[in-house]
Design a protein around this ligand. Structure first.
Ligand code: IPM
Ligand code: MG
Length: 368
C-alpha cells in the first residue's frame, strides 16, 4: 500500500488544536478506502517547534530542522505566533525559515463562499466569488534584507528592502498563468503598483506580459493593488485567478477570506512546484491566543488545507471526498463554530466531517 510521510507542525495557539483535527481527517480518509486498490496510508511525524520550543532552546526550531522535513511528502502546519515573543522572531524563526529553506515559492490561497456560510457582501452570490490568489512566497517585501543603524539614537535609520529577481518573478507569473489555464474561466489578474514603485513593479509588469505570450488562451489584465481591493468588493465576479507580490497578496488574501465569510475557513498551500522539496499546507488564521485551549477553533481552514495537501499528493478522489464532507458540514448551521456565529466545538465539527467521510467511502456506498 502506498505510504505518504507527513510532517505535522502544530506550532502555537490554536495550531495545537486544529492540527490534531486535521490529522484525524487524514486518517479517516485513508481508513475509508483500505479495501480498494488505490488505498494509501499516512506515516506521521510530529514536530513540537514554536513558542514553547523557543522558551526552552532560544530558537523556534532546531538549526538542522529543515533536514528532518526534506524527505517528507508534505507538511501540515498550524500557526506560529506567541504573545510573549516578538512576532518577527516567531515568523522568521519557523514559518519563513521553512518556506524559504524549502523554496516553497508559490503560496496558493483559494477562496470560495462555502455552503451555509453567511458572507458579508450584499450583492455577491456564492458563484460570484471563486478566486485563487497566488502569492509570491520567497522574496519581494519579505526578503528579509535590511537593517538598523544608530539604534536608539536620534540618527537611527532602518530599512526593509524589497528584492525582486527576474527568475523569482518569472517563476511565480508562470505558475499563476498555468493555474489560471487549468481553471474553467482561464482568467488571470496581475496585481501591481508600478505607478508608484517604478523599478521592481515595472519589471514585474514587463515579465507578466512576456510570460503571457506563452499562454495565448489565458485572458489577463493588470490591476493596481489599491484598486483591486475595491474591485474585490464591488465586482467579485470579474476576478478568478490573481497573482501578486508577497505583501500585496498577504493583504488581499485577508480581504478575500473576510469576504468569503471567515478567516477561520481559508486554507493555504506553500508549494515547491518542482517537488524538489516538500510543500507545506496550513490554515491562514494564525494562532488566535484569545480562544486557545477552549476547543472553539474552527478546524475548517485546516481541513481545506488537507484537501490541498491531498491534491498535491495526487489523491484527487480523496481530496474531493474531504471537500464534499466539509461542504456538507458547513451547510449545517448547528455545526458552525463561534467565528461563524455558532456554538459548535472543534471536536464536534471534526467528528461530523470524519463521519461524513466514512459515510461516502466507496465501501460504504457499495454496501449501502
Ligand atoms: C499570512 C500571515 C503571515 C504573513 C503572518 C503571520 C506573518 O498573515 O500567512 O498571511 O504575513 O505572511
Ligand atoms: Mg496574512
Amino acid at each position: 500500500m502506498k505510504t505518504y510521510r507527513i510532517a505535522t507542525i502544530p506550532g502555537d495557539g490554536i495550531g495545537k488544536e486544529v492540527i490534531p483535527a486535521g490529522r484525524q481527517v487524514l486518517e479517516s480518509v485513508a481508513a475509508s478506502e483500505t479495501e480498494s486498490k488505490t488505498a494509501f496510508r499516512f506515516e506521521f511525524e510530529d514536530f513540537g517547534w514554536g513558542g514553547d520550543y523557543y522558551r526552552q532552546h532560544g530558537v523556534m526550531m532546531p538549526e538542522d530542522g529543515l533536514n528532518a522535513l526534506r524527505d517528507k511528502d508534505a507538511i501540515l502546519f498550524g500557526s506560529a505566533g506567541d504573545p510573549h515573543i516578538p512576532d518577527h522572531i516567531t515568523l522568521w524563526g519557523l514559518r519563513l525559515k521553512i518556506c524559504q529553506g524549502l523554496d516553497q515559492y508559490a503560496n496558493v490561497r483559494p477562496t470560495r463562499i462555502l455552503p451555509g456560510i453567511d458572507a458579508p457582501l450584499k450583492r455577491c452570490r456564492p458563484e460570484d466569488l471563486n478566486w485563487v490568489i497566488v502569492r509570491e512566497n520567497t522574496e519581494g517585501e519579505y526578503s528579509g534584507v535590511g537593517g538598523r543603524v544608530h539604534q536608539g539614537h536620534p540618527l537611527e535609520v532602518a530599512t526593509d528592502l524589497s528584492i525582486m529577481t527576474r527568475a523569482g518573478v518569472e517563476r511565480i507569473q508562470r505558475y499563476a498563468f498555468r493555474l489560471a489555464q487549468s481553471r474553467p474561466r482561464k482568467l488571470l489578474t496581475v496585481i501591481t503598483k508600478s505607478n508608484a514603485q517604478r523599478h521592481a513593479m515595472v519589471m514585474w509588469d514587463e515579465i507578466a506580459a512576456q510570460v503571457a505570450k506563452d499562454f495565448p488562451d489565458v485572458t489577463w489584465d493588470k490591476e493596481l493593488v489599491d484598486a483591486a481591493t475595491a474591485r474585490m468588493v464591488n465586482s467579485p465576479a470579474s476576478l478568478d485567478t490573481i497573482v501578486a507580490s508577497n505583501l500585496h497578496a498577504d493583504i488581499l488574501s485577508d480581504l478575500a477570506a473576510a469576504l468569503a465569510g471567515s478567516l477561520g475557513i481559508a486554507p493555504t498551500g506553500n508549494i515547491n512546484p518542482e517537488r524538489i522539496y516538500p510543500s507545506m499546507f496550513e490554515p491562514i488564521h494564525g494562532s488566535a491566543f484569545d480562544i486557545m485551549g477552549k476547543g472553539l477553533a474552527n478546524p475548517v481552514g485546516t481541513f481545506w488545507s488537507v484537501v490541498m495537501l491531498l491534491e498535491h499528493l495526487g489523491e484527487f478522489d480523496a481530496a474531493q471526498r474531504v471537500m464534499s464532507a466539509i461542504e456538507f458540514v458547513t451547510a449545517n448551521p448547528t455545526l458552525h463554530t463561534r467565528d461563524l456565529g455558532g456554538t459548535a466545538t472543534t471536536a464536534q465539527v471534526t467528528e461530523a466531517v470524519c463521519k461524513q467521510i466514512a459515510a461516502t467511502s466507496k465501501a460504504s456506498l457499495t454496501t449501502a
